[in-house]
Design a protein around this ligand. Structure first.
Ligand code: ZN
Ligand code: ZN
Length: 239
């Protein structure tokens, strides 16, 4: 994947080492305005997604993460009779860089933004079962994923993260592990070997290892939560 030079230069002006938006965030703890985020989405669209993110809206939602929610989310819905979708990215502006283990607030925000842009791109052009074709229904859980973190998302995001780390200033973490966790809670599965082989080569070993770890932890959490619910059940029945 080769990023486009002109848009990369514009990205650098805003979000590079001395970028306007990065400096405002580092020095004055100011997050970019919603319009600036929308501009960054357009640049990301041009760099990675064939200029296909211009329709995506953006808004900040303070407290999204602290209410046990995600760092960001992508909301999409069909526009009636238009074969088109309305797509919006919503993100928590608060500083979660320590929890995300990246070096600063701005890097954390940009990692989340790229994560969501991959959703926005895939959501914009996937059918969500509208076609009602059997083949589509059969592959949907695997490819789109119940939480949006199916094989398509991993294929896109591993290439985008590798390319961002090579070409864009910053420490890029697009939340591969979080994606796995969302999918395991929703569909009780992680990305399988045949799909891992289609991801960026640098991430394949990581995905195999993480997949096994996530499944192991998930199973033990399931056992704990079943024990807890049995105990709670007994207490309630005694009353
Ligand atoms: Zn379909
Ligand atoms: Zn996600």
């Amino acid at each position: 994947m080769r990023a486009r030079q002109k848009e990369l230069a514009k990205w650098d002006e805003e979000a590079g080492a001395n970028g306007r938006l990065r400096r405002a965030c580092d020095e004055q703890a100011k997050v970019p305005s919603e319009d600036s985020m929308k501009y960054l989405i357009t640049l990301i669209g041009a760099i990675f997604f064939f200029c296909r993110l211009d329709h995506v809206k953006f808004s900040w939602q303070p407290g999204l993460r602290s209410r046990k929610g995600p760092y960001g989310k992508t909301i999409s819905r069909w526009i009636d009779g238009m074969w088109e979708k309305e797509v919006e990215i919503v993100m928590d502006p608060n500083d979660w860089h320590e929890e995300k283990r990246v070096r600063d607030h701005f890097s954390a925000l940009m990692g989340t933004l790229l994560h969501e842009c991959a959703h926005a791109f895939l959501d914009s052009f996937s059918c969500d079962g509208y076609c009602e074709a059997d083949a589509c229904r059969v592959s949907r859980t695997r490819v789109e994923g119940g939480s949006g973190h199916g094989s398509a998302w991993f294929r896109v995001v591993t290439y985008v993260e590798a390319c961002a780390n090579a070409n864009m200033y910053g420490q890029w973490k697009l939340g591969l592990e979080n994606g796995m966790w969302s999918e395991v809670w929703k569909e009780e599965r992680v990305i399988g070997e045949e799909d891992i082989r289609l991801c960026h080569p640098r991430y394949q070993q990581y995905l195999r290892y993480k997949g096994r770890e996530v499944i192991r932890e998930w199973r033990s959490e399931m056992r704990v939560s079943r024990r807890v619910s049995r105990r709670v059940g007994r207490r309630v029945s005694r009353r």
